[in-house]
Design a protein around this ligand. Structure first.
Ligand SMILES: N[C@@H](CCCC[NH3+])C(=O)O
Ligand SMILES: [Zn+2]
Length: 456
């Protein structure tokens, strides 16, 4: 484990103990008209230009941790856990919470009913097979909407349910009419949409649209689609139906976030997510990766005003604990090193203006950035910031900082005697870090003993 953790679900070392935080960043000395010395560039090339079809600045989230997420290998949510997760999702501000089919088991039925009665702001959906029996059970539970699904690729028609496209269509229209008659929302989604016949599914979606469905759903069930394929399909569908378009992307080939973004650009209105991306196999578009990291860059005003971003980390910890996994080290935003800067060149610029090497402001998510000072690639500016953070700034000149830092261009030759006391008195940070990984205590000791030497 490197010494730059900023804390995660597994309880890594506290950040202040091993790094220089942005709170200690010194003021920048230069600026120009485009890039202020502190703060953001005047404009961002990553923000969207709203065209008439794109929904990147007004999408909705259908949060499926309690449905797709229950299909994750490790998942078992008892009712208390489901309620905690549902409340946390609601507090975060998701538009919809999707639950496992009440037909799956008696427990699923009871849990669905219980969550419907919580009085959450988010609408409660349940996801069922496209048939009358399932739809009736769903309605019985008191949900705000029923999500119907059926496979439309030849693989699924042949090896799963055995129905022709005509049979699928007539059942879909019957079930849609029934759910609508109950005055609640209804979505019709195909499964394995990208391996389905395009003309077939467009006809099917058009028929559902005409029947008054609220949303049609496109699902990359096997996770093989690329952003361009997604754009093409959604753009085509957008021209064929007037209802909303929901999208669902599996992450088998690592495209789930990019595909969701592409779908919104092409006119999709809703994205399915789960916390940490948990779901069947390696899961779907993660709430953090898709909505948080990607969309806060694409559509910052929309995302920041709509979602309680600071609640993201506790939401992820809640779900990670429930399914007994760690938050991945490279998770956008909440991975332990998501805002840790290490190389000297980076640290210097970050300390002058964080926008130099950060596209996301950690504070938007209640997080803090850290500048590592413990490695052989540390720069002296980061050491200077740490010295100031330790309250020793007035005792050091820049030359002395460069000396304790151990600039190869500046300091005298370092002799490693192997005796730790001698090393402490004479060591320079960089030379020590060339020998072994340093902890913050090592670096601080070097700084402090150098400082003591300066006093005598
Ligand atoms: N898990 C299913 C859900 C499809 C519909 C989701 N909106 C799939 O990947 O195909
Ligand atoms: Zn799925």
């Amino acid at each position: 484990m490197c010494g730059t953790c900023n804390g995660d679900a597994a309880g890594a070392a506290p950040p202040a103990a091993n790094s220089t935080t942005d709170n200690a960043a010194p003021s920048a000395s230069t600026s120009n008209s485009v890039y202020p010395a502190q703060g953001k560039p005047a404009s961002s090339p990553y923000q969207f230009v709203q065209d008439y079809i794109s929904n990147v600045g007004r999408f909705k989230i259908i949060e499926s941790t309690l449905r797709e997420g229950e299909q994750f290998a490790n998942a078992f949510f008892d009712i208390d856990t489901k309620i905690k997760i549902a409340k946390a999702l609601d507090n975060f501000g998701v538009d919809y919470i999707e639950l496992t089919s009440p037909v799956a088991s008696q427990g699923s039925y009871d849990d669905c009913k219980a969550i419907c009665q919580l009085g959450l702001k988010a609408k409660i959906l349940t996801h069922v097979r496209c048939n009358m029996e399932d739809a009736r059970k769903a309605v019985e539970c008191g949900v705000d909407g029923v999500d119907l699904v059926i496979g439309t690729s030849s693989f699924l028609r042949e090896y799963s349910h055995g129905k022709s496209m005509d049979m699928i269509k007539s059942t879909a229209l019957e079930v849609i009419a029934y759910v609508k008659s109950k005055g609640i929302e209804v979505r019709f989604s195909s499964e394995d949409s990208f391996r389905s016949n395009l003309v077939d599914i467009l006809h099917l979606y058009q028929a559902c649209d005409k029947a008054g469905v609220d949303r049609v759903g496109v699902a990359d069930t096997v996770g093989g689609a690329t952003p361009r394929m997604v754009y093409d399909l959604i753009r085509t569908l957008r021209g064929c139906v007037g209802c909303d378009i929901e999208t669902h992307f599996h992450d088998d080939t690592g495209c789930a976030v990019a595909n969701a973004h592409s779908a919104l650009e092409a006119g999709a209105t809703h994205v399915d997510t789960s916390v940490l991306g948990i779901g069947e196999r390696n899961g779907i578009t993660p709430l953090s990766g898709a909505l948080m990291a990607r969309m806060v860059v694409t559509a910052p005003d929309y995302v920041k005003s709509k979602y309680n971003l600071k609640a993201l980390k506790s939401l992820e910890i809640l779900v990670a604990d429930a399914v007994q996994v760690n938050i991945p080290f490279n998770n956008p935003i909440t991975g332990f090193c998501a805002f840790t800067h290490k190389a000297g060149i980076h640290a210097k610029a970050i300390l002058a203006n964080p926008s130099t090497y950060e596209i996301i402001d950690p504070h938007d998510f209640g997080m803090t950035r850290y500048v590592s000072i413990n490695s052989r690639i540390t720069g002296w500016n980061a050491v200077k910031a740490r010295i100031e953070q330790l309250g020793l700034g007035s005792g050091f000149s820049d030359d002395q900082i460069k000396e304790v830092y151990g600039s190869p261009l500046f300091s005298t030759v370092f002799h490693c005697t192997g005796d730790i006391d001698t090393m402490r008195r004479t060591a320079k940070i960089k030379q020590m870090a060339d020998i072994r990984p340093l902890a913050i205590d090592d670096t601080d000791s070097i700084i402090r003993s150098y400082h003591l030497d300066l006093q005598v």
